[in-house]
Design a protein around this ligand. Structure first.
Ligand code: FAD
Ligand code: UDP
Length: 394
């Protein structure tokens, strides 16, 4: 059996935050990951031909309004002043997102003031009562009116979910932001930026501690090593951040996920699209968006005659596909409740992270919830951590 005080399954932000905190408080930690690299979905690498940093599992933008998380992450990396903005192509024309006064005025070829735009959208949205909308389409129309909904939401959503918006729950876009100013910052958070020397350097610094051992290419469910479920369950505390249904051998069924396919290409042009993310709102393009990574780091030197782009396609996950976004159908929610009951029968295991809780979590949320687990739940499994005062936990 593995010689440690704590086993962590998964080296994503959730697992590494627990590992770093426990190690800093004197615990010996082993972190295993089935992949050949650490860092989970935030992992990035420098594309060899161009030296441009590519986010291997889709573009990752860090943003948070949580001061504790912001202070914590700054211990491991400095952040650039990058501010995320997204544009979208509709019928051969580029519009700013999220939908704002610029989008509205460009779309209607108008020069409305904020109040005029508000009145126009309210009139167009009158077709459905927001409160009584029974699906995503009705909800979308009740929020922004049919013309904007059909241009920017309907086909993009159908591509992303591979389901007609009339069959999707209204909640998916219940907070669709519409700004009656020209502000097109994508995020509203207090803090935003990208790690100065990349995500992987940040993640590696979290794991760089004499009390932390990281074992890659090591699957918890492979019984051939000493950190497997079979070898460790009941013998030491475990924090599990893999898929909750896999842990229980899918006994209550398979939770459904969306996955993404990425098509990466090095192009012989200095600048392909002039910005980091371009959405494609119409159904004629099969991809939902194109990322051009050099624009995430304008402060870095990059080739003048080459660029890296990544087209993103969305579909339902099957078999060995990477699970990315929980689909969250009513059946999934019922299954999740059944799994939560089974979790109660595993007192030595804490389930965390996006896979372990079947929840979409941004990075700051994964880190924040790991910090709470370290404060509130881990001391029950590792009594030595009870002696840690809240002030010294920081
Ligand atoms: P993960 O990073 O998924 O880590 C889980 C780890 O567990 C993985 O490394 C996996 O290999 C390992 N594992 C699973 N099963 C086993 C097993 N049996 N044995 C051993 N190891 C196992 N967040 C933002 O804040 N901003 C963004 O812009 C953003 N963009 C995103 C884009 C995409 C396409 C996706 C999918 C996510 C995005 N996120 C973003 C969310 C971000 O990726 C998560 O917040 C973060 O990855 C959560 O970390 P985690 O540790 O919970 O999970
Ligand atoms: N959305 C849309 N058009 C867009 C961008 C987003 O219709 O150009 C809708 C779509 O339903 C999507 C949701 O808004 O599922 C959330 O989109 P976002 O891009 O914020 O999610 P991400 O995929 O980045 O997590």
């Amino acid at each position: 059996m593995v010689n440690a005080d704590l086993l962590i399954v998964g080296s994503g932000f959730f697992g590494l935050t627990i590992a770093e905190r426990a190690a800093e408080h004197g615990q010996k930690v082993v972190v295993i990951d089935r992949r050949s690299h650490l860092g989970g979905n935030a992992y990035s690498e420098f594309e060899p031909e161009t030296g441009i940093e590519v986010h291997r599992y889709g573009a990752h933008l860090f943003h948070t309004s949580n001061e504790r998380v912001w202070e914590y992450v700054n211990r491991f990396t400095a952040f650039t002043s990058y501010v995320h903005r997204v544009y979208t192509v509709h019928k051969g024309e580029v519009y700013p997102l999220p939908i704002n006064l610029g989008t509205v005025n460009q779309f209607f070829r108008s020069a409305h003031s904020p109040d005029q735009a508000r009145a126009l959208l309210a009139e167009q949205a009158g077709e459905f009562e927001s409160g009584s909308a029974s699906n995503l389409e009705e909800k979308g129309i009740s929020l922004i009116g049919r013309p904007l909904y059909e241009a920017f939401i309907r086909d993009y959503t159908a591509k992303q979910w591979q389901t007609s918006p009339t069959e999707l729950p209204p909640e998916i876009i219940s907070r669709l932001p519409v700004r009656y100013t020209y502000d097109n910052r994508y995020f509203n958070d207090t803090h935003e930026g990208l790690p100065v020397d990349g995500y992987t350097a940040w993640l590696e610094r979290m794991a760089d501690h004499p009390n932390i051992e990281v074992r890659l290419d090591t699957d918890f469910f492979d019984d051939s090593h000493d950190a497997s479920k079979a070898a460790t369950l009941g013998k030491l505390p475990i924090v599990y951040t893999g898929p909750v249904d896999r842990y229980f051998d899918y006994s209550e069924g398979h939770l459904s996920w969306r996955t993404l396919d990425f098509e990466e290409e090095v192009l012989p042009v200095g600048d392909f699209q002039g910005t980091s993310v371009m959405n494609y709102a119409d159904s004629d393009a099969a991809y939902t968006r194109i990322h051009e990574f050099k624009h995430f780091h304008p402060e870095r030197d990059s080739p003048k005659d080459k660029t890296v782009v990544m087209r993103e396609f969305s579909r339902f996950a099957e078999g060995d596909d990477e699970p990315y976004y929980p689909v969250n159908t009513p059946e999934d929610r019922e299954m999740l409740l059944a799994y939560r009951q089974r979790i109660e029968g595993e007192p030595q295991v804490l389930f965390g992270g996006r896979l372990g809780t079947y929840q979409y979590l941004d990075m700051h949320m994964a880190i924040g919830s790991a910090l709470s687990m370290f404060d509130n739940q881990l001391p029950e499994l590792i009594p030595a951590l009870n002696d840690v005062t809240p002030a010294s936990k920081a």
